[in-house]
Design a binder for this molecule. Structure first.
Ligand code: ADP
Ligand code: ASP
Ligand code: MG
Length: 422
C-alpha cells in the first residue's frame, strides 16, 4: 500500500489535482455543466484533474427508501449494489458534460479505479488502491471522473464506504496517485465555526487541524465524513474544503501547528435524533458493565456518551446515548441482561434529545471552558442532560427542541463570530 503522500495546499501550474464534487454540486444538469466548466478551467490552467463525484443530491436517499418500501430489512449486500448506481449515473453525466465542451474525459467506477475494500457491506473500509488504470488514463491526458463512495472487495463484491463516503474516495485517491492538491468542493465555501444554516453569524475558518475536524465531523458537522478525515490524518493528506459555486478561498485541513493552540474553541457541532438509555439497579460488582456493554455491542449499537455512577442505594446506574433509530434494538438487547442483574434492575429511556459539542485543541492549555459553556446554556434557560469530555471536546445533551438556540448561545459566549486575537 502506498498512501504516504502530502498533498500541497497551493494551486501550482501543471499540478495533479483531485477535486471532489458533492451531491448538491452535481444536483442538476446545470450544476453538472458548472462542474464541467470548472474542470475545464482547471485543465486550461495547465493542470491534470481527477474529479470524484457523488450521486445527485437525494438520489442515495431515494434508492434506500425504495428498498425499504419492499422490506424493512433489505440485505446490505443488495443495498450496496443499489446505492452505488447513484454515483455511476453522475460520473457518466459529468463525463458527457465535459466531452460536450471539448474536454477528453473518462468516467470510471470504484472497481475500475482499483479501490479495494474490506469490512462490512454499507461501511466498507479502503484496504488498498491500485491506480494502474487511473495512471494510464492520466498518461493519455484524459480528465478522469471517478465514482465516489464505492469500492470492491478483493473477491469482487461491491462495497459502499458509509454515508458521505465520496469524501473518503477523494482523499484516498489523492494519496494513491500522489496528487499535488486535494480539494473538497461543496455547497459552503469552507468549514465554519458552526453550521452556517444554524448559526448565521458563523465565521469561515482559514484552517483547522485534523483532530479538530475529526471531532467536529464525528459529532455531527457533516461537512466532512469523519472516516475521510481519519484517513487524511493517517496518511498526511492536506486538503481544502471550498465552494463549487464561487472561487472564495476555503479552509485548509492539516496537522496542527503551535499557533493553533491560541484559539480555545475552534468550532461547535450539533447532532440531532439522539436517545438515552439508563440501566438502573445494577449490583455494584465486577463484570456487570462488561455484560451490559457486551450485549449492546453484540447488537451492533454504536454508543456515544457512556456515564456511570453509584446511586445512594448502593446500586450502580449506567447511561448511554445512541442514535434514536437504535433505541428499540437496545431495549431488546438489554432484556435478557436485566433478568440476570436481578429484580431491582430496570431500563429507562428518553428520546428527543440532541448533542452539542464544543471543539478546540486550545482546550488542552486553557481552563474555564466548561464553565463558560454551561453558564451560556443556563443563561439561555436551557437544561443540560449528560456531559462528556475529551482532551479537545466538551459535549452536552439538551432537549432537541432547544438545540439551535443552544448552539447560538454557546457560539456567542465564545465570541466565535469574531477573529481571534493573536
Ligand atoms: P456534499 O453533498 O458536498 O458532500 P454535505 O451536505 O455533505 O455536502 O456537507 C455540506 C453541508 O455541511 C453544508 O451545506 C452545511 O450545512 C453543513 N455543515 C455542517 N457543519 C458545518 C460547518 N461547521 N461548516 C460548514 N458547513 C457545515
Ligand atoms: N451518495 C452518498 C451519500 O449520499 C455518498 C456521498 O454523497 O458522499 O451518502
Ligand atoms: Mg458530504
Amino acid at each position: 500500500m502506498d498512501f504516504l503522500l502530502n498533498c500541497a495546499p497551493f494551486s501550482a501550474k501543471m499540478a495533479l489535482i483531485v477535486q471532489k464534487y458533492g451531491g448538491t454540486s452535481v444536483g442538476s444538469l446545470d450544476r453538472m455543466r458548472n462542474v464541467a466548466a470548472r474542470l475545464k478551467r482547471t485543465r486550461d490552467e495547465g493542470n491534470q484533474v481527477v474529479a470524484v463525484v457523488s450521486a445527485m443530491s437525494g438520489v442515495t436517499d431515494g434508492l434506500l427508501k425504495m428498498a425499504h418500501e419492499l422490506t424493512p430489512t433489505p440485505s446490505e449486500r443488495e443495498l450496496d449494489v443499489l446505492v452505488s448506481t447513484g454515483e455511476q449515473q453522475s460520473i457518466a453525466l459529468v463525463a458527457i458534460a465535459l466531452e460536450s465542451i471539448g474536454v477528453e474525459a473518462a468516467s470510471i467506477t470504484g472497481r475500475q479505479a482499483g479501490i479495494f475494500t474490506t469490512g462490512s457491506h454499507t461501511r466498507g473500509r479502503i484496504l488498498d488502491i491500485d491506480p494502474t488504470l487511473m495512471n494510464q488514463l492520466l498518461a493519455e491526458d484524459k480528465t478522469l471522473v471517478v465514482a465516489g463512495f464505492q469500492g470492491v472487495t478483493p473477491s469482487g463484491m461491491i462495497h459502499t464506504l458509509g454515508r458521505g463516503g465520496s469524501d473518503l474516495t477523494a482523499i484516498a485517491i489523492a494519496s494513491a496517485i500522489k496528487a499535488d492538491v486535494c480539494q473538497i468542493l461543496t455547497d459552503v465555501d469552507g468549514v465554519y465555526t458552526c453550521d452556517p444554516r444554524i448559526v448565521p453569524n458563523a465565521r469561515k475558518l482559514p484552517e483547522i487541524s485534523y483532530d479538530e475536524m475529526l471531532e467536529m465531523a464525528s459529532s455531527g458537522s457533516k461537512v466532512m465524513q469523519s472516516r475521510s478525515v481519519e484517513f487524511a490524518k493517517k496518511y498526511g493528506v492536506i486538503f481544502e474544503v471550498r465552494s463549487s459555486l464561487n472561487n472564495n478561498p476555503g479552509t485548509l485541513v492539516l496537522e496542527e501547528h503551535p499557533a493553533m493552540e491560541n484559539v480555545v474553541i475552534r468550532g461547535i457541532s450539533i447532532e440531532r435524533s439522539q436517545a438515552r438509555v439508563t440501566v438502573i439497579g445494577i449490583p455494584d460488582a465486577p463484570g456487570m458493565s462488561g455484560r451490559i456493554l457486551g450485549a449492546l455491542a453484540d447488537a451492533e449499537i454504536n454508543l456515544d456518551m457512556i456515564i456511570s455512577n453509584i446511586a445512594s442505594d448502593g446500586f450502580a446506574r449506567h447511561s448511554f446515548t445512541m442514535h434514536s433509530n437504535d433505541l428499540g434494538k437496545a431495549q431488546a438487547a438489554l432484556k435478557p441482561v436485566l433478568a440476570e442483574l436481578g429484580s431491582g434492575a430496570k431500563v429507562e429511556t428518553e428520546s428527543g434529545i440532541a448533542k452539542l459539542s464544543a471543539v478546540g485543541i486550545g482546550m488542552r492549555s486553557h481552563s474555564g471552558v466548561a464553565a463558560t459553556m454551561f453558564k451560556a446554556l443556563g443563561d439561555a434557560g436551557i437544561n443540560i442532560g449528560m456531559i462528556s469530555t475529551s482532551e479537545i471536546k466538551i459535549a452536552v445533551t439538551v432537549d432537541e427542541r432547544h438545540i439551535e438556540e443552544a448552539a447560538r448561545a454557546v457560539h456567542d459566549a465564545f465570541k466565535l463570530d469574531q477573529e481571534p486575537v493573536a
